[in-house]
Design a protein around this ligand. Structure first.
Ligand code: NAD
Length: 269
């Protein structure tokens, strides 16, 4: 495995992409800890991976919970090599015009607290250990970190903010710690929205369909969460990544090279 003897802490590792990362990092030889809000998902992790995964129940919006997660990871595995900020919520594309000003007000506070403050506090809690290990941070972005209409203004702004965080931290933590991002496109996960928008029980596939996602992607398939894990392994791997920092990998099946008239130029090939 590419991550033999490495220790990773993944936020939101209870389902979706985070869970796929837990499985892939274990396969690659890493020890894995998870900071996850859902107690039920924490129990599932402990059961499914019987002693191999340390699940810490807590909220990424809480400074104390981030510190607790890092301390528990180091207590259990002896060090921390990779922090993956991944827990987030979506906004189901709630648009400016269709959303009340009260919902934008409270929705911003809730969504930004998870998607942006959560990344910042996780980075802060992990930084000293990562400086010690000369490790790395990886943050989950989205096509919404680069383009419109992958969410509404709340989500799109939050993912753009994460790009700024990555650039700033990559600068501040060089030369000791590499800081990078991976921006997936749509996938079927448990991704939900803020309570402030009444979306706490609404999942991404309630408002998007696999066929619609596949249709807009130049590579013309609907990726599974596992299919986004490769770039994370690359960025975390010491052998494979000596030189990437402050880099965002657009793992979005080619959205950036969509044609103006055709989604893909080679459909007849
Ligand atoms: P998911 O809901 O399956 O996974 C996110 C996990 O984070 C959940 O287990 C959830 O319980 C947890 N979580 C939420 N808020 C938390 C908090 N405050 N504290 C601790 N844990 C919390 O969704 P996912 O799609 O796997 O999301 C993972 C990442 O992928 C997110 O950053 C998301 O923005 C990004 N992403 C998802 C898609 C998609 O289509 N699903 C597309 C692009 C990017």
């Amino acid at each position: 495995g590419w991550l033999q003897n490495e220790v990773a802490l993944i936020t939101g590792g209870g389902s979706g992409l985070g869970l796929a990362l837990v499985e892939r990092f274990l396969q690659e030889g890493a020890s894995v800890a998870v900071l996850e809000r859902s107690a039920e998902k924490c129990a599932d992790l402990e059961q499914k991976f019987a002693g191999k995964v340390l699940a810490i129940q807590g909220d990424v919006c809480s400074a104390a919970d981030n510190q607790k997660a890092v301390a528990a990871t180091v207590a259990r595995f002896g060090k921390l090599d990779c922090f993956i900020g991944n827990a987030a919520v979506w906004d189901h594309g709630a648009r400016l015009i269709n959303t009340s000003i009260e919902q934008l007000d409270t929705g911003f506070d809730e969504l930004f607290a998870i998607n942006v403050k959560g990344y910042l506090l996780g980075a802060k809690a992990a930084a000293a250990e990562l400086v010690k290990s000369c490790g790395s941070m990886i943050f989950t972005l989205s096509n919404s970190a680069f383009y419109a209409e992958g969410g509404g203004p709340l989500y799109t702004a939050s993912k753009h903010a994460a790009v700024g965080l990555i650039r700033e931290l990559a600068f501040e933590l060089a030369p000791k710690v590499r800081v990078n991002g991976v921006g997936p496109c749509g996938m079927k996960t448990d991704l939900r929205g803020p309570q402030a928008l009444g979306q706490q029980d609404t999942r991404i596939m309630d408002s998007r369909s696999p066929d619609a996602i596949k249709a807009i992607l130049p590579l013309q398939f609907f990726p599974e969460p596992e299919e986004f894990t490769g770039p994370f392994v690359l960025l975390a791997s010491r052998q494979n990544n000596q030189t990437l920092t402050g880099v965002m990998i657009n793992a979005d099946a080619g959205l950036g090279i969509r044609g103006i008239r055709n989604v893909a130029g080679g459909l007849e090939l």
